[in-house]
Design a protein around this ligand. Structure first.
Ligand code: IMP
Ligand code: MG
Length: 174
């Protein structure tokens, strides 16, 4: 089946919004160091762009979780594929995600990270699909709320492709 990508959020709009969120984070964490946690692979593009726009001291770590399921649905079963390199004890942690969909992955992840004793833990997401929420998650920073459509680009994939698109688009099948 042939497919194409329809633009939902243009590169310049995404960049402008990340700058706004970066400014807000810099204000909120004034006088502190923020420890960004990237959830691979989807969160990588967003975290790099966000980190460049934060003006307080930043440290970074990466983790990878997989939720078993089809290409377009999360099953709710979450497994840690790569854990963090450093402990979270007494750090001001900000988890950076590409998208909050059902909320299953993040609610599991946040509970697990809270057990590691961070001083604070907040959540920042590039995209949020509120209509799809199954599990409640408190999101502290959201760049965009989007309708219930399957999106790609800026780190998000369809079957591992399209992560490198500099904008957010919707995959459509011809
Ligand atoms: P959850 O349903 O909130 O647990 O979302 C789990 C993961 O599913 C996200 O971190 C994404 O990797 C992936 N995902 C959810 N919605 C989309 C989408 O529209 N496009 C690409 N990946 C998605
Ligand atoms: Mg993700």
């Amino acid at each position: 089946m042939a497919e194409h990508v329809r633009v939902l959020l243009k590169e310049e709009d995404v960049d402008r919004r990340i700058q706004e969120i970066g400014d807000q984070i810099s204000k909120d964490y004034e006088g502190k160091q923020v420890h960004l946690i990237c959830v691979l692979k989807g969160g990588a593009f967003f975290m790099c762009e966000l980190a460049k726009r934060i003006t307080v001291p930043v440290s970074l770590d990466f983790m990878s979780v997989s939720s078993y399921g089809s290409a377009t649905k999360s099953s709710g079963v979450v497994k840690i594929v790569k854990d963090l390199d450093e402990p979270l004890k007494d750090k001001d942690v900000l988890v950076v995600e590409d998208i909050v969909d059902s909320g299953r992955t993040l609610s599991y992840l946040l509970e697990m990270l809270k057990d590691r004793g961070p001083k604070s833990i907040k959540l920042c997401t590039l995209l949020d699909k509120p209509e799809r929420r199954v599990v409640d998650v408190d999101v502290d920073y959201t760049c965009f709320q989007i309708p219930d459509e399957f999106v790609v680009g800026y780190g998000l994939d369809y079957d591992q492709r399209y992560r490198n698109l500099p904008y957010i688009g919707v995959v459509e099948f011809d």
